[in-house]
Design a binder for this molecule. Structure first.
Ligand code: PMP
Length: 335
């Protein structure tokens, strides 16, 4: 025996000869994302409390939004609202747009996206690479400005468009009720005690939370929300200062935890360095909320959604000005 790391510490990659050899399209790769145990960024959490992160970046469009986008498009097709000749249009802060663009490309429908002009360059380019047309709203008006501009575009030519309308379409949260929730229940063998997700449309937390509570009524559903209106956590909404999504029902949450943008960014730096998980800003926010609830209990299983990976944010404020600090293990952003 050598002094090398114990083989038990290293899990080999999945056997490439196992499982189905191919799937008919990218759409079949949506969902069934992995859960990973967070072992290091635990900050005083009791040993009998597990923190498990669901890595939604493994969806083919790169985020959790593949699930509701597919669900809303399938619903539109089923109801005859989306028919050949129509364009799929929506206002989106980014990930939903990328998901719609990917699914539109796979199904052969044109996609037009209305987004605030200041969303990350990577997101704009990715959506364009899937063939979508982009229209930009005033960055100062945030996601509400994109919602308003999208409404006026549709009003000018109503028959031309199919609008999935993620903020008001129950097929958004139903996607999570039908897939994310059951996956977590199965992946934890029913052990999940707390479910944590960050708030955008609220679809993830509403649908997943409802499913998990039906299985286990004492399960706690915990939301992470930006602390103030002018935050830098892409994809999230500060509900008090926003148009509240029709699918969001605050009374179904057990708790909401306010998150500071800099704290979320610092958590992203730590997850990269300490766990080997390079994730997006909202994952940092969600992880802070997960730690807050995990620290308060003696035993349990906290499942937290990590909505996407971090590589599509490299040009955003998250990484701009960032430098590794001279103190080992400590990173920061320079002014
Ligand atoms: N994080 C990111 C990066 C997102 O794009 C979104 C969706 N806007 C969310 C979190 C929140 O998801 P939901 O819309 O289901 O609340």
């Amino acid at each position: 025996m050598t002094a090398a790391a114990s083989p038990a510490l290293v899990t080999p990659p999945t056997d490439p000869t196992a499982g189905p050899l191919s799937v008919p399209s990218a759409l079949q790769l949506i969902g069934n994302t992995p859960l990973i145990e967070i072992r290091k960024v635990r900050d005083g959490v009791a040993p009998r409390v597990r923190i498990l992160a669901k890595l939604e970046g493994f969806n083919p469009g790169g985020s959790v939004k593949d699930r509701p986008a597919l669900s809303m498009i399938e619903d539109g097709l089923r109801r005859g609202k989306l028919v050949p000749g129509k364009t799929i249009i929506d206002s989106t802060s980014g990930n939903t747009g990328i998901a719609l663009a990917m699914i539109g490309a796979a199904l052969g429908y044109p996609v037009q996206l209305v987004m605030p002009g200041n969303v990350s360059t990577e997101r704009k380019r990715v959506a364009t690479a899937y063939g979508a047309t982009l229209t930009f709203s005033d960055p100062l008006e945030g996601s509400d400005g994109a919602i308003r501009l999208c409404r006026s575009i549709i009003a000018a030519d109503p028959n031309r468009y199919f609008k999935p309308d993620q903020y008001f379409n129950e097929a958004n949260s139903l996607a999570h009720y039908r897939t994310t929730g059951p996956e977590i229940w199965r992946q934890t063998a029913g052990a999940v005690t707390h479910f944590v997700a960050a708030l955008g449309t609220g679809g993830t937390i509403m649908g997943t939370g409802r499913y998990l509570k039906e299985q286990r009524p004492d399960l706690q559903v915990v939301a992470a929300e930006p602390e103030d209106a002018f935050h830098g956590i892409e994809g999230l909404k500060h509900m008090a200062s926003s148009i509240v999504p029709g699918i969001f029902h605050a009374e179904q949450l057990d708790r909401t935890i306010g998150i500071d943008t800099d704290d979320a960014y610092n958590m992203v730096y730590r997850l990269g360095r300490e766990e080997g998980l390079l994730v997006g800003q909202s994952c940092g926010a969600a992880h802070i909320a997960a730690l807050t609830v995990a620290r308060e209990i003696e035993a349990g299983t906290v499942v937290v959604i990590y909505p996407d990976f971090g590589d599509r944010y490299m040009s955003t404020n998250l990484w701009r000005g960032w430098q590794p600090n001279e103190l080992p293990g400590v990173n920061g952003r320079q002014a």
